[in-house]
Design a protein around this ligand. Structure first.
Ligand SMILES: Cc1cc2nc3c(=O)[nH]c(=O)nc-3n(C[C@H](O)[C@H](O)[C@H](O)COP(=O)(O)OP(=O)(O)OC[C@H]3O[C@@H](n4cnc5c(N)ncnc54)[C@H](O)[C@@H]3O)c2cc1C
Length: 323
């Protein structure tokens, strides 16, 4: 009985993505006699940095494919490889990060393997028989789901837990896996990738400090103090959807259900009401400080600390104090 994790490489070429490292950390909490991983992104020999991360995270076997037809993402074809790796490793559990792609691959794999699946899982409520807790309604509701059947398939919500190396390193033995592919398995396949200018959300999602700004900021030209505070704290600016919808800031800065999920050490939420869709993206922050004129605003009642006041007075005062 083992656990198989679908991993993806870091976009900057530095081993595995943070999401994959979180997912491996989650996978090690499941019962069984070892963790394996499958990497479909990199056809052929895996990178040394990928193998190093696999070892650090206790991965005993890494399944890879040599099939050139899989160079470009095709959900069903990739799912067939994942399914073949699940069978080769005897996986009782099949896990991936809850990214759009992770969820899509797992959904197809669940169909291929005729196995049960839950998305957005945040914790294991009971290992055997398996019951997991998953976030629904943008994190407002925790649902407990029993997964009956093998392999039990689950995607892990982003930032549900911090990535931690395994106590004992794995061997990261490279194993080849092949899957029978029909043309129809690649009926939907990526043909071109185009990087969007300013579309990179990594500065926001990787920041230890995020200074958030909502409608309370007052206008596109009122962000100077917010930017100055983010720069002074070595952090990033994050905004609510109202701010992006009004065109005050670009979409890649949006936090929330339809923006980025963040998990900084400190989230300073200024002039943000804390609607459930925004909370879905910031609730994993370690400490939240709200700055709001309304003492009843949901962000104020949920935050660990709150300053009741005008952000255009509070932020300059903080900047002055920081010197
Ligand atoms: C399907 C769907 C998806 C959505 N996805 C997202 C999402 O990803 N992210 C997101 O953010 N929203 C999302 N929303 C929108 C969400 O419901 C809220 O409308 C939005 O988050 C509100 O933004 P806000 O807090 O900036 O504005 P408001 O709700 O208008 O709140 C402004 C806050 O600023 C305070 N304020 C005003 N002036 C000052 C001042 N001078 N100083 C300090 N405080 C002040 C007010 O008291 C108030 O609390 C989504 C909605 C839907 C329906």
């Amino acid at each position: 009985m083992s656990v198989l994790v679908v991993v993806e490489p870091d976009e900057g070429g530095d081993g595995l993505s943070v999401v994959s490292q979180e997912t491996l950390t989650f996978a090690r909490q499941l019962p069984g006699d070892g963790v394996s991983a499958v990497l479909v992104d990199a056809v052929g020999e895996p990178d040394d940095s990928v193998l190093t991360h696999c070892r650090e995270h206790g991965v005993d076997a890494l399944y890879v494919t040599d099939d050139e037809r899989l160079q470009r993402y095709a959900a069903l074809a990739w799912a067939r490889v994942v399914g073949a790796a699940a069978e080769a490793s005897g996986a009782a559990y099949l896990i991936a990060g809850g990214t759009a792609r992770g969820n899509e691959i797992l959904a197809h794999a669940a169909a291929v393997l005729e196995a049960p699946m839950a998305t957005n899982v945040v914790s294991i409520a009971q290992p055997e028989p398996l019951e997991v807790e998953r976030q629904v309604a943008g994190g407002a509701v925790l649902e407990r789901v029993a997964l009956t059947g093998e392999p039990a398939i689950a995607s892990v919500a982003g930032h549900a837990l911090a990535p931690e190396p395994a106590q004992a390193p794995g061997q990261a033995r490279v194993e080849r896996v092949t899957a029978e592919l029909a043309d129809a398995d690649r009926a939907a396949q990526v043909v071109r990738l185009e990087e969007r200018e300013g579309g990179d959300t990594s500065a926001l999602t990787g920041a230890n400090v995020v200074v958030g700004a909502g409608r309370g900021v007052g206008g596109a030209e009122q962000f100077a103090d917010v930017e100055a505070l983010a720069a002074r704290l070595g952090g990033a600016v994050g905004v609510s959807r109202v701010v992006t919808s009004l065109g005050w800031r670009p979409h890649h800065e949006q936090v929330g259900q339809t923006g980025s999920r963040i998990a900084p050490d400190l989230y300073l939420a200024c002039g943000i009401s804390g609607a459930i869709q925004h909370w879905a993206g910031c609730s994993s922050s370690k400490t939240i400080i709200a700055v709001n004129t309304d003492a009843e605003a949901p962000m104020v009642t949920k935050a660990r600390y709150a300053v009741i006041g005008d952000m255009h007075e509070v932020i300059p005062a903080v900047l002055e104090e920081l010197g």
